[in-house]
Design a protein around this ligand. Structure first.
Ligand code: GUN
Ligand code: FE
Length: 436
């Protein structure tokens, strides 16, 4: 059945560079969808037909659903754990919590709640680290498939420097990953990501096995962490004394490519930046996490100038919010501290099309192009009294977006469509607020 979704429609072009023309905005626009896909985007008057079912979201803004390219599924109950930086935080809070995901009932319950949180915050695709247990990835993929939600996920491989309850072995990590990958990669909207947690928790033997998986499955994403924290870097280099730098460990085992997502990528050396650029490896900026764990300030402009493609992500539970709006808010502030500017049109491009480009999935998600998946978010920039008050003085689209970016959270998510299906009960537009 065809459906017409009406509102103020904002889509983004592939090239993010010029904020003035990185987007197409239609004041009285509509999106025609059928079977979970977008058929057309245009003026409402062009697409309207008497036989079409219509949903009217005016005066709200409709754009592609947010993409979160780095998040930890088994950390839903780790968010807001007090007082530690990365390595202590992992040992004190995170590893013990992840051990609970060996229990399939717990993993299944948490998977549903995790996906509920993503959609409540306007995120329609996540790239997730699961726990070491195959059960956790099974639970997440099953829940995502039941909702027809596109997830990229993998069980973490880790075989040292953590409690036994969250360790595998090189062989078991390889076998479990392979089995999950063969079952889930490319099944419906699901994709498997090969997931060595980070160099500290993998022996050279496990890195070898990871390299073999990557060679055997070059179309899978690979996700890990890189240079998040100074103590982490020092410990890592002590474990791999022959490595020229942190990235060199991943390089040696053949992980570098445009499928590789390197969470954090903060404290990088010149050689690492050059190799990331040459191999197309992606950096993923995790602002709320970097502030919360006191990790450091991501150099967006520097990496872009070097030719590196970056994503922006929550990193829940080191990150403190599922909201990509709050992520863009903290991202803006981090870049302020570095003397860099994050324009709202660049920010919203980043959270949608930019993250899709970082994943190489730009033809299907993060876009409103005909033929792409109907994953949409509907945003209300007057969702709270404080936002509505500020909106009284907003004139341009960019101002409205910036208010959403700085003041918005899940309350600003009026509706979310996953493969064309609305995920929230229909909300009433707020009193008297008019679109710009
Ligand atoms: N490095 C290795 N594991 C993790 C994790 O779970 N969270 C963060 N922020 N960094 C990591
Ligand atoms: Fe992380």
């Amino acid at each position: 059945m065809q459906q017409l979704i009406r509102g103020r429609v904002l889509g983004f072009h592939a090239d993010p560079s010029e904020t003035d023309d990185n987007h197409r905005y239609i004041e009285d626009g509509a999106i025609l969808i059928e079977d979970g896909r977008i058929l057309a985007v245009d003026e409402y008057t062009v697409l309207a037909r008497p036989d079409l079912a219509e949903i009217d979201h005016r005066p709200h803004l409709i754009m592609p659903g947010f993409i979160d390219p780095h998040i930890h599924f088994p950390q839903v109950q780790v968010i807001a754990s007090w007082g530690a930086q990365l390595l202590d935080w992992l040992n004190t809070y995170t590893f013990p919590e992840e051990a609970r995901f060996a229990d399939p009932d717990h993993a299944t319950r948490m998977a549903g709640l995790f996906l509920d949180q993503l959609t409540a915050h306007g995120t329609t695709t996540g790239v997730a680290f699961c726990s070491v247990h195959a059960t956790s990835a099974e639970a997440l993929f099953s829940a995502a498939e039941a909702r027809d939600m596109a997830m990229v996920a993998g069980k973490v491989m880790m075989d040292r420097n953590a409690p036994d309850s969250v360790l595998d072995t090189p062989q078991q990590g390889y076998d479990d990953s392979k089995r999950l990958l063969e079952k889930w990669h490319g099944r419906g909207r699901q994709r498997y990501a090969i997931t060595p947690r980070f160099a500290i928790t993998s022996t050279p033997g496990q890195m070898e096995a990871t390299g073999a998986l990557v060679r055997e499955h070059p179309d899978c994403h690979v996700q890990t962490h890189l240079s998040e924290n100074l103590e982490e870097i020092e410990f890592t280099l002590s474990l791999y004394p022959e490595a020229r730098d942190y990235l060199d460990i991943y390089e040696k085992y053949g992980l570098l490519s445009d499928k590789l997502l390197l969470g954090h990528s903060i404290h990088l050396r010149e050689r690492e930046i050059a190799r990331m650029a040459e191999t197309g490896s992606r950096a993923v900026f995790c602002p709320t996490s970097n502030l919360f764990l006191g990790s450091g300030l991501f150099d967006e402009a520097g990496l872009r100038a070097a030719g590196i493609v970056s994503g922006i992500a929550t990193d829940v539970g080191g990150g403190t919010s599922y909201s990509m709006l709050q992520t863009l808010n903290e991202g803006y502030k981090i870049l302020q501290l570095r003397g860099q500017k994050l324009h709202p049109l660049q920010a919203f491009h980043w959270a949608t099309r930019g993250n899709a480009l970082a994943l190489g999935m730009q033809d299907r998600i993060g876009t409103l192009e005909p033929g792409s998946d109907a994953d949409l978010v509907v945003l209300d920039a007057g969702a709270t009294d404080a936002m509505a008050l500020r909106m009284e003085r907003a004139e341009a689209l960019a101002e409205e977006l910036f208010i959403l970016q700085i003041m918005g959270d899940d309350r600003a998510i009026a509706q979310v469509y996953v493969a064309g299906n609305p995920r929230k009960p229909a909300a009433q537009p707020r009193n008297g607020r008019q679109g710009k």
